[in-house]
Design a binder for this molecule. Structure first.
Ligand code: NAD
Length: 275
C-alpha cells in the first residue's frame, strides 16, 4: 500500500500520489495538511498564489517528518517572470514554507501575452543551480510553449503540470511531453467536482465492481496512466480515502471505458488566456 515513485529526467524521484492545496483556506491549511500527513501523504502541491505556503510549512514543521521523506512543490506566479522577481519569489516561498529547498519549482502559467516565460525558465535554471529547487518544471504549458523552452534552453522541464481528468485528457500534449522525458502531473484530477464525473457509468460501475468509491476509481485511472496526481479535499475522511487506492487495479476494459469520457472540456482557464 505504499505510494509508487516516478523517476524524473534529472534523476530525482517523485511520489506519484500527493495532496493539493488549491483553495484550501490559509487559516485552515495547517490543520488540513496535518490530516494529509497523518493519512500518509508525503507529497504536497502548493503555489505562491494560493496564499497558504505558511500553513503548509507549519504543518510540515509540526509533523517532525524528516525532510528527505517529503516532496514539496511550489510555483512561481505570473507577475514574477522577470529574472530578479523570480529569484526573489523563490526566497519568499522558501521563507514561508520554512524550507531551504523545494523538491519541485514550477512556472505556474506561460502567460504568453507577457511573453516572459522563457526568461522565467532561465531563472528556474539558476534556482536549481543554487540548490533552492531539486527539480524544475512548468505548468499549463501547451506544445507551443514547450517547443520554445526546448529550443531556447539546455534544460528539459522535469514536469508539465496540466489540467487533466477524464473529460480533458490532452493526449497529443501528454504523448509529446513524455517523448521528451517530461513527466505529466494532472491538476484537477477529479474535474474539481465541476461536472458529474462520478455519475458516469464507466466510473460508477467500476467503483461498485471493486467496492471502492468513484473518486478512488478516477485516482486509480490516473495512476495506471502514469500521471502524477494530488487530489484536494478539506475533509479528513476523503483525504484518507483518496490515499487508499493501492489495494485494487482497474482492468483494461475499465480503463478504456473511462478513456472514452474524453470531451475536450476544461474546468479551468485556457493556458493562452490566463494572464
Ligand atoms: P480536484 O480535481 O482535486 O477536485 C477537488 C474537489 O473534488 C474537492 O474540492 C471536492 O469537491 C471533490 N472531492 C475530492 N475528494 C473527493 C472524494 N473523495 N469524494 C467526493 N468528492 C471529492 O481539483 P483541484 O484541487 O483543483 O486539483 C488538485 C490540485 O491540483 C490542487 O489542489 C492544486 O494543488 C493543483 N492545481 C494546479 C493548478 C495549476 O494551474 N497548476 C490549477 C488547479 C489545481
Amino acid at each position: 500500500n505504499s505510494v509508487p515513485t516516478i523517476e524524473l529526467n534529472d534523476g530525482h524521484r517523485i511520489p506519484q500520489l500527493g495532496f493539493g492545496v488549491f483553495k484550501v483556506d490559509p487559516a485552515e491549511t495547517e490543520r488540513i495538511v496535518t490530516d494529509a500527513l497523518n493519512a500518509g501523504y508525503r507529497h504536497i502541491d502548493t503555489a505562491a498564489i494560493y496564499g497558504n505556503e505558511e500553513g503548509v510549512g507549519a504543518a510540515l514543521k509540526k509533523s517532525g517528518i524528516p525532510r528527505d521523506e517529503l516532496f514539496i512543490t511550489t510555483k512561481l506566479w505570473n507577475t514574477e517572470h522577470a529574472t530578479d522577481r523570480a529569484l526573489a519569489a523563490i526566497d519568499e516561498s522558501l521563507e514561508k514554507l520554512g524550507l531551504d529547498y523545494v523538491d519541485l519549482y514550477l512556472v505556474h502559467w506561460p502567460s504568453p501575452t507577457q511573453d516572459r516565460y522563457v526568461e522565467a525558465w532561465h531563472a528556474l535554471e539558476q534556482i536549481k543551480a543554487d540548490g533552492k529547487a531539486r527539480s524544475i518544471g512548468v505548468s499549463n504549458f501547451l506544445r507551443e510553449h514547450l517547443d520554445r523552452i526546448l529550443a531556447e534552453s539546455d534544460t528539459v522541464p522535469a514536469i508539465d503540470q496540466i489540467e487533466l481528468h477524464p473529460a480533458l485528457q490532452s493526449r497529443e500534449l501528454t504523448s509529446f511531453a513524455r517523448s521528451k522525458g517530461i513527466a505529466i502531473e494532472a491538476w484537477g484530477p477529479l474535474g474539481q467536482g465541476k461536472y458529474p464525473l462520478f455519475d458516469e457509468p464507466a466510473v460508477a460501475d467500476a467503483a461498485s465492481a471493486h467496492g471502492k468509491t468513484p473518486a478512488q476509481v478516477v485516482i486509480r485511472w490516473h495512476l495506471q496512466h502514469g500521471n502524477i496526481v494530488f487530489p484536494k479535499s478539506n475533509h479528513a475522511e476523503r483525504i484518507a480515502a483518496n490515499f487508499d487506492v493501492f489495494d485494487f487495479e482497474l482492468s483494461g476494459d475499465e480503463m478504456a471505458g473511462i478513456d472514452e469520457l474524453e470531451r475536450d472540456q476544461r474546468v479551468g482557464g485556457h493556458p493562452n488566456d490566463v494572464e
